[in-house]
Design a protein around this ligand. Sequence first.
Ligand SMILES: Cc1ncc(COP(=O)(O)O)c(C=O)c1O
Length: 380
Amino acid sequence: MRLFDVYPLFNIEPVKAEGSYLWDKNGIKYLDLYGGHAVISIGHSHPHYVKLLSEQLSKIGFYSNSVKIPLQEELANKLGELSGYNNYQLFLCNSGAEANENAMKLASFHNGRKKIIAFSKSFHGRTSAAVAATDDPAIVAPLNKTDNILILPFNDAAALEEEMKKNDIAAVIIEGIQGVGGVNIPSDEFLRHIKIFCDKYGALMIADEVQSGYGRSGKFFAHQYSGVQPHIITIAKGMGNGFPVAGVLIHPDIQPRHSLLGTTFGGNYLACTAAIAVLDVIKKEDLIQNAWVVGNYMMEQLRKIKAIKAVRGLGLMIGFDLEGPCAEIRKQLLNEHHIFTGASSNKNNIRILPALNLKKEEVDLFINSLNKVLTATLVK
Ligand SMILES: Cc1ncc(COP(=O)(O)O)c(C=O)c1O
C-alpha cells in the first residue's frame, strides 16, 4: 500500500529529539523553531513527560468513557488552576478540528441557532463545520460548503454588529492569534466587542486557542490580554506536547446532558497523562514567563534586521514578513543552517513557534543564521 500523498515533505528523517533540537538519521542536529506546527510546548522528550507516560503505559493505556478515569479530573483541576478558568467545564477530545467542531455544535445546541461567524484568514481545522469556518476555499469540499457560516472582515466591529443584529447567530469563532493566516493579532477592542455583541444578541463567543494557547503567547491564553472571557475555549496542539489530545473549555452556564457530545478516544489515560505532564512542567519551569521574555527578545532582534518589513507576535508565537516570498530563505535556513521554521498562508511570512523553554542563546543562533541567509540572498 502507498501513502496518500497529501503532504509536501522535507528530505529529512528525524530519529531523535531533545529540548529544542532534533537529530536526523545521519546525525545532523537541527534547531526546532517550529515545534511541529506549535505542538512541542515543553520541549522534545522532556524527562518528566517521558517518565509519566512510560509509567502510565505499563499500568493501563486505554479504556472507554464508560468508566471512571480520575486522571481526567486531575487534568481538569490543573488546567483550571493554570489557565484561570477554574469554574469552566472540560470536554476532552483528540484534535484541534474536533475541539472546534464540538464547540460550534455545542453553541448551536445551546441556543438552537445554526449560523456561525468566522473571520478572514481564519483557520479552524478540516472537519465539516471547522473547515467551513476556515477562510480557504481550496480545502472546503462541496459537501462542507454551507450558508450557515459567514466569513466577515477581521478586526471590523461595525461589520460584525451589522450581521449580529439579525439575532440568528449561534456563535462567533476567532483564533486567539491567527496562526495559519500569518500571525495576525485581533485587537483587544475587537475581542471585547465580540463578547459584548454575543451577550447582547444571544450568541456564544468561541476562542480558538488551539495554536495560540497553552502559554505560547506569554499568558495562558492569548485572548487573556483583552480581559475578555469567551463562553467556549478550544485547545489542542501544545496540550499534549505531541500526544494527540484536545479539549473544549465550557462556561458554567452551558448545561451538559448525557450523549450531547462524545468520542471514543477522548480523555484516555495516556492523553490525560501527557496533558498533566505538560501542565506540571509549564508550572514548575515557569514556561509562560519564559515564552514572554524570550519571545520579546527574539522580536527585538528581528526588528533590527532591515530586510524584515514587519514583525508580529506575542510571546513565542511570532511571524515576520519579508519583501517577497520566503520559501527560499526557509529552505536555506533548513538545509544550510539546520533550523526548522514555519510558513503560513502569506507567502512573504515566516512563522516561529518553538518550544516554550527556548533559550536566548538559541535565538542568537537563529538571528545569526538568518542574517547570513538574508545577506547572501539579497547580494545574489
Ligand atoms: C487555530 C487552529 N485551529 C484548529 C486547528 C486544527 O487542529 P488539528 O490539526 O489538530 O485538527 C489548527 C491547526 O493548525 C489551528 O492552527
